[in-house]
Design a protein around this ligand. Structure first.
Ligand code: ADP
Length: 212
């Protein structure tokens, strides 16, 4: 169990609620020989953190949630849409050389490739290194020749949970996922509306850790 730093008094309040629920704030205070207003900040911390549930005119309940349960509820509620960033997209016909220049300019490790605005592939640093080692003329060959192609592109939808996106990154050992919207349901045609990278997830981890 992750410890949310609770004071001794807050721990005692939890015990009292567990044993006597539902119990009013007044009754909790009198068990502790304190006034209702003294324990008001403790009760707000315990309800805000999801450990206690306050029902008007009934009293306080223990939610049964441990620290870990609360953390996973919070993480599970975050959607791809909440953290996605702007996608970096090029057309299939662009030369590998120009894609490399674009990668440096945009400071990204992978670029989504489209054909007439529809997602057709992904090109990453390794694809480019592999091609350069093979002696290909980077000025002449278009990215469309060396990219990973549809239907092998792993993507996510805006309303997918960020947790499911993170699992895809790990399972497929890739650095980023295009966030897509269906243009044509039957033909599996997608346009790219964002991207999720390991950086998005690291940033969120820091925000949650800093409690922002
Ligand atoms: P890097 O090459 O910088 O290590 P990745 O690990 O993301 O970047 O890419 C590894 C391989 O996976 C590359 O061949 C790349 O084309 C492919 N790839 C990257 N992202 C995806 C994706 N979302 N779906 C399918 N393949 C991908």
């Amino acid at each position: 169990m992750i410890d949310i730093q609770l004071s001794e008094r807050q721990e005692r309040i939890i015990d009292i609620v567990k044993k006597n629920q539902p119990i009013t704030g007044e009754a909790i205070a009198s068990e502790l020989n304190l006034t209702r207003s003294t324990i008001r900040p403790d009760l707000s911390i315990l309800t805000m953190s999801g450990i206690l549930d306050a029902r008007p005119r009934v009293g306080y309940f223990f939610t049964g949630k441990t620290g870990l349960g609360i953390v996973s509820d919070k993480i599970g509620s975050i959607l791809v849409d909440d953290v996605k960033s702007v996608p970096v997209v090029l057309d299939e016909s662009i030369s590998i050389y120009d894609a490399i220049v674009f990668m440096f300019l945009e400071n990204v490790g992978s670029i989504y490739i489209t054909d007439n605005g529809i997602l057709s592939g992904v090109i990453s640093r390794k694809d480019i290194i592999r091609t350069a080692m093979g002696g290909t003329d980077l000025h002449k060959v278009p990215v469309g020749v060396i990219m990973t192609r549809m239907p092998n592109i792993i993507s996510v939808k805006p309303k997918d949970s960020l947790l499911s996106a993170a699992k895809k990154l790990i399972e497929h050992e890739i650095d980023s996922l295009p966030v897509v919207e269906e243009v044509d349901e039957s033909n599996k045609e997608y346009k790219v509306i964002g991207r999720i990278t390991k950086t998005n997830i690291t940033r969120l981890f820091v925000e949650l850790g800093d409690n922002n």
